[in-house]
Design a binder for this molecule. Structure first.
Ligand code: HEC
Ligand code: HEC
Ligand code: HEC
Ligand code: HEC
Length: 166
């Protein structure tokens, strides 16, 4: 069966079981993303990483967390596809922009997880790393890394970040 169909079915079941508790569409039971005994990648991920798509920011195939997210978020699976050609730079070390250290990955690169924490515990809009008031304060989130471009009056305070990573 197509993964999107399986996930759609799982989502319906999941929502039916806990409608008010789910923060977002990612599997609250963890196992769509993590496979306990039949993992296909690091962090016991259940989904094979998609490495074939060229990343314009690095000139090579998608790697690290970028390839993990793309395992589901690609055109073939049809789950909110993300194309790297038309995406904010990812997978590389920041050149000019000063990124808060806790948002960079351990290897110093900016990944999908710099802006998103995909875990079911994250209550933020679109699983962002900061609270953006259901999407009305996205500029506040951008200003974490791009303070020079932000309207200081509109966003006097930085957004609360999700609980610190373990
Ligand atoms: C949407 C996919 C997704 C779901 C759902 C998900 N995880 Fe994760 N998880 C990831 C990714 C991606 C990583 C990080 C891999 C990396 O560091 O590059 C990760 C990392 C982790 C780690 C390593 C520590 C950390 O936070 O970086 C733990 C522990 C973990 N997940 C547990 C869970 C548990 C428990 C659940 C369910 C409550 C869950 N995950 C649900 C994708 C997911
Ligand atoms: C196992 C498959 C899977 C993986 C891996 C996965 N996602 Fe998702 N993601 C989904 C599904 C399914 C949806 C819901 C799609 C829909 O509603 O049409 C979703 C939705 C989202 C959304 C939208 C949330 C919302 O509230 O609208 C974001 C943001 C997202 N994913 C980010 C990520 C990031 C970042 C990663 C990697 C860390 C990731 N996803 C990995 C399956 C996955
Ligand atoms: C620089 C920050 C940033 C990075 C890096 C980033 N995202 Fe996002 N992403 C966002 C923001 C902000 C939104 C919400 C946009 C909106 O709805 O206004 C979003 C939305 C999404 C959505 C939901 C799209 C929809 O149609 O609602 C998905 C899925 C997603 N991101 C996946 C990813 C994946 C996969 C990666 C890595 C390849 C990634 N993101 C990297 C900031 C980022
Ligand atoms: C976690 C840090 C971070 C966040 C949050 C972030 N950015 Fe960026 N942004 C970067 C980095 C790093 C670069 C690449 C420049 C560099 O290498 O220093 C970049 C580059 C850009 C560029 C230039 C792209 C290009 O191809 O030249 C734009 C435009 C941009 N960001 C807009 C945004 C917007 C809009 C948001 C909010 C939705 C956002 N950024 C959120 C870190 C971030």
């Amino acid at each position: 069966m197509h993964r999107a169909t399986i996930l759609a079915a799982a989502l319906v079941l999941g929502l039916a079981a806990a409608p008010a508790l789910a923060y977002g569409p990612h599997d609250p039971n963890c196992v769509e993303c993590h496979s306990i005994h039949a993992a296909k990648g690091k962090a016991i991920l259940a989904v094979a990483p998609l490495t074939s798509e060229k990343n314009p920011a690095t000139g090579s195939g998608a790697a690290g967390d970028v390839s993990l997210c793309l395992g589901c978020h690609n055109e073939d699976e049809g789950i909110m596809p993300i194309a790297l050609m038309s995406t904010h730079p990812v997978g590389m070390k920041p050149n000019k922009v000063k990124v808060p250290a806790d948002l960079l990955k351990k290897d110093g690169t900016l990944g999908c997880m710099s802006c998103h924490d995909p875990h079911p515990a994250n209550p933020n809009y679109k699983y962002l790393q900061g609270n953006v008031a259901k999407g009305s304060d996205v500029g506040k989130f951008c200003s974490l890394c791009h303070p020079e471009q932000a309207d200081k009056g509109a966003f006097a305070t930085a957004p609360a970040k999700v609980p610190a990573k373990q």
